[in-house]
Write a protein that binds this ligand. Structure first.
Ligand SMILES: Cc1ncc(COP(=O)(O)O)c(C=O)c1O
Length: 386
């Protein structure tokens, strides 16, 4: 029997998914406005990704733990990913999930700097294993699992004054470039520059978590591009696998080489860099590169903003590209809206830490017609809220 993580799971029985549509076991179609929470950025059942998976399976699936053998699909994926990133991020360590990328990044920062203090921010969400939960900020979600990692300090998100707490004891500063679970919170350029400068001054590593906001969702492949800074370590996941489970730590060769010694095999994984996953991920990245200019992420996001943000029931609207957080007056209104929209064929979803907010993060390939169709259903449902 399957374990549940909530007493009230959505429970849709999905039989098929194609493009921006999910189809349930009764044949009912749903317009996907959440993309599996920022995973299916290229839509569902992408032919190039499916072909790459089949082709790789015909050659081989798992043959060895990570790092020992040379596997073509893995190196090809790393090269394609590097080609989309600045030169300083030329080395890729593929893992199995977002939270694993965070775990690895924190360990690498400690090993590289020889320090243990970690700085994170209010509103942060970095995953659910012990290390990533330790650098996440939702106190209610953490309490039952204490003690967590020692030496983690939380600073006020987007506060330039707070940046001074980064000092020469600090191994790393970790943040989402755009906070996702906090309801889509976008930092100021001045804050991001101050962070970069203080990390440089203290030789602390700047880790950006783009597991949710990366892969084109902000309108550019990397959300950090808009702030004109480059992190020392970039964590990716979610959309990167083209629908298969993945995480990745991306950094310079110099930084990533530190896990080769003292101790040797300082961070290891059996399935990280799985050849089938990497084949899917590489096919997805190649397709992204082809489509990048025609995706019109900003235009589509603006269209959603124009259609929904002025509604009387909307108390706050936050957006970067196609990553959108919308608040209503109450959590009950949000639940009612999500349910009504689902019944009428549009999928929306909650945030963990914003009870009166909901997210819209459709596949980036969604058409403007699909956006208008979905938003019309959302507007009708908003009109009916008490
Ligand atoms: C910003 C961010 N970091 C890390 C994670 C953890 O990724 P995963 O669920 O793949 O472990 C998530 C997942 O939602 C996320 O949104």
């Amino acid at each position: 029997m399957l374990a549940n993580t909530t007493c009230h799971p959505v429970g849709l029985k999905i039989k098929k998914a194609k493009g921006c549509k999910l189809i349930d076991d009764s044949g009912k179609e749903y317009l996907d406005f959440i993309a599996g929470v920022s995973v299916n950025n290229l839509g569902h059942s992408v032919p190039e990704i499916n072909d790459a998976i089949i082709k790789q399976l015909e050659n081989h699936a798992h043959v060895m733990v990570y790092g020992e053998y040379q596997q073509e699909s893995v190196t090809r994926f790393c090269d394609t990913l590097s080609s989309l990133l600045p030169n300083a991020l030329n080395t890729v360590y593929p893992l199995n999930s977002g939270t694993e990328a965070i775990e690895a990044a924190l360990k690498i920062a400690k090993r590289h700097t020889g320090r243990s203090k970690i700085i994170s921010f209010t509103g942060a969400y970095h995953g659910n294993t012990h290390g990533s939960m330790s650098v996440s900020s939702n106190e209610y979600k953490k309490t039952a699992f204490r003690p967590l990692l020692p030496g983690v300090e939380f600073l006020e998100w987007n506060s330039i004054d707070a940046v001074e707490a980064i000092d020469t004891d600090t191994a790393c500063v970790i943040l989402e470039t755009i906070q996702g679970d906090a309801g889509v919170r976008i930092p100021s350029s001045a804050f991001m520059t101050a962070l970069r400068e203080q990390c440089n001054a203290c030789s602390s590593l700047l880790i950006l978590d783009e597991i949710q906001c990366g892969y084109g969702r902000s309108g550019q492949f990397s959300a950090f591009s808009q702030f004109e800074i480059t992190p020392d370590i970039l964590c990716l996941g979610k959309a990167l696998g083209g629908g298969l489970p993945i995480g990745a730590v991306v950094s310079s060769k110099e930084i990533l080489d530190c896990i080769q010694s003292k101790p040797e095999l300082g961070h290891i994984t059996t399935f990280g860099g799985n050849p089938v996953v990497c084949a899917a991920a590489n096919a997805g990245l190649l397709k992204y590169k082809l489509l990048e200019r025609s995706l019109e992420v900003e235009e589509k996001g603006q269209l959603i903003e124009n259609l929904l943000s002025e509604h009387a029931k909307v108390t706050s609207f936050r957006r970067t590209g196609l990553m959108i957080g919308i608040n209503l007056e109450t959590a009950n209104q949000v639940s009612e809206l999500i349910q009504k929209c689902r019944e009428r064929g549009v999928l929306l979803f909650w945030f963990l830490s914003v009870p009166n907010g909901f997210r819209i993060s459709p596949p980036l390939v969604i058409s403007k017609e699909e956006i208008k169709e979905g938003c019309a259903i959302i507007l009708n449902a908003l009109n009916e809220l008490q």
